[in-house]
Design a protein around this ligand. Structure first.
Ligand SMILES: Nc1nc2c(ncn2[C@@H]2O[C@H](COP(=O)(O)OP(=O)(O)OP(=O)(O)O)[C@@H](O)[C@H]2O)c(=O)[nH]1
Ligand SMILES: [Mg+2]
Length: 330
C-alpha cells in the first residue's frame, strides 16, 4: 500500500539530517510521528520512527551533557507518572512534601529546586510517582523539561493563588508552551481544535496552592474564570494540608486507571496486590496481566462488583471497572 507522505511530513524528515544531539533527533522524530498520515500504508514507517525515538532516548540517557541539563528521562515507577509543573515559588516542592512525606528542599525564594527528582505517593493501595521539577517560566523552558512533560502520564500545574498575577502569568506560559507544541487539557476525550500543526496534549489539573493566603477567595474565582474551559481547578494549601485528600482522588482519576483483583476459586482476593489497568480494560486484559497462559486458555470468568455482580459468569470482553474482583477459569 502506498504511504502517500504529505509535504508536511517530508519537510519534517528533512530536518533529521541536520539534527545533531539526541534531544534534537527526538524532537524531529516526534514531529514526524505527529504529522505522518495514519493508515495501513505507513504502519511500518511509524514503527521505525518509534524505534528511532527510543534509541535516541537511550543515547540521551547514557550521555547527559551539561549543555542539555539533566537527563530528560525519569524512569517511571508505580501506577503512573505525574509531573509537578509551575512558576517559581508556587509551592511545588511543599506539595510533594505534604503528599509523600519526603523531604524535598522548600525555600521562600525562587529556583529552590534545581534538578528533577521522583517521589512516591501512596494512594489507598497503590503508589503513584510524583516528579518535582525546577520552575517553568515563559523565559526559562529547557528542552529536557519539555521532553519530560511529553512523556509523563499526567501533569499538575501548581500556582500561587495568593498572587493576583497568577492568571496572566499562566496565560503567557501556556501560549509559550503552545508554540513548543504542548497543550494542557482537562481530558483527552475532548477533541482538539483544528490546527495546522500537531500538539502534544497532556491531561492536567490546575492546583491553586496557598489558599490560606487568599482569604476572600477572590483570586481563586479569577483563576477559575480564566481557565474553566481548559482545566479543572483545585484549591489547596500544601502548607496546611487542606484539600489534599480531594487532590489525591483527582490525581487518581486523571491517570485514567483502574484497579482490579484476581482471585482463586474459594479464596478471597488480595486487596494489597491490585492489577493496575488502563480505564476501558476488559477481562482479557487482567488475564494477560496475571499470566499469559490465562490469556491464551481463558474459558470464562466470574465477576464481583459492589452492587452489581456477585460472581456471575462473564466472557473475556466484559469491561472492567475500578475495584472489580475477577476469578479466571481456563
Ligand atoms: N502560606 C503558604 N505558604 C506556602 C504554601 N505552600 C508553600 N508555601 C511556601 O512557599 C514557598 C515556596 O515553596 P516551595 O515548595 O519551595 O516552592 P516551589 O514551587 O517548589 O519553588 P521552586 O522550587 O523555586 O520553583 C516556601 O516558603 C513555602 O513554605 C501554602 O500552602 N501556604
Ligand atoms: Mg521546588
Amino acid at each position: 500500500m502506498p504511504a502517500n507522505l504529505t509535504p508536511q511530513y517530508l519537510e519534517a524528515e528533512k530536518k533529521l539530517k541536520t539534527a545533531k544531539t539526541p534531544q534534537e533527533k527526538i524532537e524531529v522524530l516526534e514531529e514526524m510521528l505527529a504529522v505522518i498520515p495514519k493508515h495501513k500504508g505507513t504502519e511500518k514507517l511509524q514503527a521505525q520512527i518509534k524505534t528511532k525515538i527510543s534509541k535516541a532516548r537511550d543515547e540521551q540517557q547514557k550521555k547527559p551533557s551539561a549543555k542539555h541539563g539533566p537527563s530528560s528521562i525519569i524512569n517511571k515507577q508505580g501506577a503512573g507518572q505525574v509531573l509537578i509543573v509551575g512558576p517559581p515559588n508556587s509551592g511545588k516542592s511543599m506539595l510533594i512534601k505534604s503528599l509523600t512525606g519526603a523531604e524535598p528542599e522548600v525555600g521562600d525564594y525562587p529556583f529552590t529546586t534545581r534538578i528533577p527528582a521522583p517521589y512516591m505517593m501512596k494512594y489507598e493501595n497503590i503508589q503513584i510517582q510524583l516528579v518535582d521539577l525546577p520552575p517553568l517560566t515563559p523565559d526559562i523552558m529547557e528542552s529536557w523539561q519539555l521532553e519530560l512533560i511529553k512523556v509523563a502520564d499526567a501533569v499538575l500545574i501548581v500556582v500561587d493563588v495568593s498572587s493576583p498575577d497568577s492568571p496572566s502569568l499562566l496565560e503567557t506560559l501556556f501560549a509559550k508552551l503552545k508554540e513548543k507544541r504542548i497543550e494542557f487539557v482537562r481530558d483527552l476525550d475532548i477533541l482538539p481544535e483544528e490546527s495546522s500543526f500537531p500538539v502534544f496534549r497532556k491531561k492536567t489539573l490546575l492546583v491553586a496552592n496557598k489558599k490560606d493566603l487568599d482569604a476572600g477567595g477572590e483570586n481563586l474565582e479569577a483563576l477559575k474564570f480564566f481557565f474553566e474551559n481548559q482545566l479543572a481547578t483545585i484549591p489547596i494549601s500544601a502548607a496546611q494540608g487542606e484539600g489534599l485528600e480531594e487532590l489525591k482522588k483527582q490525581i487518581f482519576s486523571l491517570l485514567h486507571i483502574i484497579r482490579a483483583y484476581s482471585k482463586a476459586p474459594g479464596r478471597k482476593p488480595d486487596h494489597d496486590e491490585p492489577f493496575v489497568l488502563k480505564r476501558g480494560s476488559r477481562v482479557i486484559d487482567i488475564a494477560r496481566a496475571v499470566h499469559k497462559d490465562f490469556a491464551e486458555k481463558l474459558a470464562y470468568a466470574r465477576l464481583w462488583r459492589e452492587g452489581q455482580f456477585t460472581g456471575q459468569m462473564v466472557n473475556r470482553d466484559q469491561p472492567l471497572e475500578d475495584e472489580d474482583i475477577v476469578e479466571l477459569h481456563i
